[in-house]
Design a protein. Sequence first.
Length: 271
Amino acid sequence: MTDQQLDCALDLMRRLPPSQIENNLAGLIDLVPDLTEQLLSAVDQPLKVAHDPSTGRDYLLCDYNRDGDSYRSPWSNKYDPPLDDGQVPSSDLRKLELNANEIFDIYRDLYYEGGVSSVYCWDLDGGFAACILIKKTQDQSKKGQPMKGAWDSIHVIEVQDNKKSAHYKLTSTVMLTIETETANAGQVNLSGSLTRQDEKDFPVDQQSAHVSNMGRMVEDLEFRLRTTLETIYFGKTKDIANELRSTISQNVVNQRLDLQKQIGGAIGNRG
């Protein structure tokens, strides 16, 4: 019965408005508290930002750095609220995690010109896994900003290390929310999510090569996701909006139709 309830809950979440995902998820958890852990793991939520006072840097919260009610900072490797027996990566993997955080912080600054990024790693049999998070927000209250919204990227990579090479399996999810209100267009709210997967093999000569390999895959898949959002989702929305409304009055349309009929009749009579 639990599996059936979980399938129904996930199916319901896919049909509900993405902009209300946090409220919808909280409502489902209240209805079926036994599915709390499964729902929190299966449903991607907008990322939240926390501050690490020991390093003075912000980091992102997700299910991959959560242990109970505490969250681990990738900069200090400490949990907040403090947790004595919280899960942490091994020493070698921790070095890779720190390197990945510095590299993806540069990547975030170059591509997004702001926002927050975090990378979390954990050990697996025969390899490791990493979660790369990026969040960028746009505040309409700032002068000159036409809209407010948020971009959340969640990249989960499973790495099977085969000494001289490694197999990477990447699952990327992008959540986008845009809200704007103008006198001409009125209130517009666009929100949704998109998930894609990719698998590749790369040579590995040292531990640091994993970071560049993961970065290459994340960069390529994020580019494809952005292109899909721009050409399909926004393009399709624009086409539908253009079909639903017209800037030409009905009288002008009728005049053009009459002119077409007159021209067609004249051509027919000449033949």
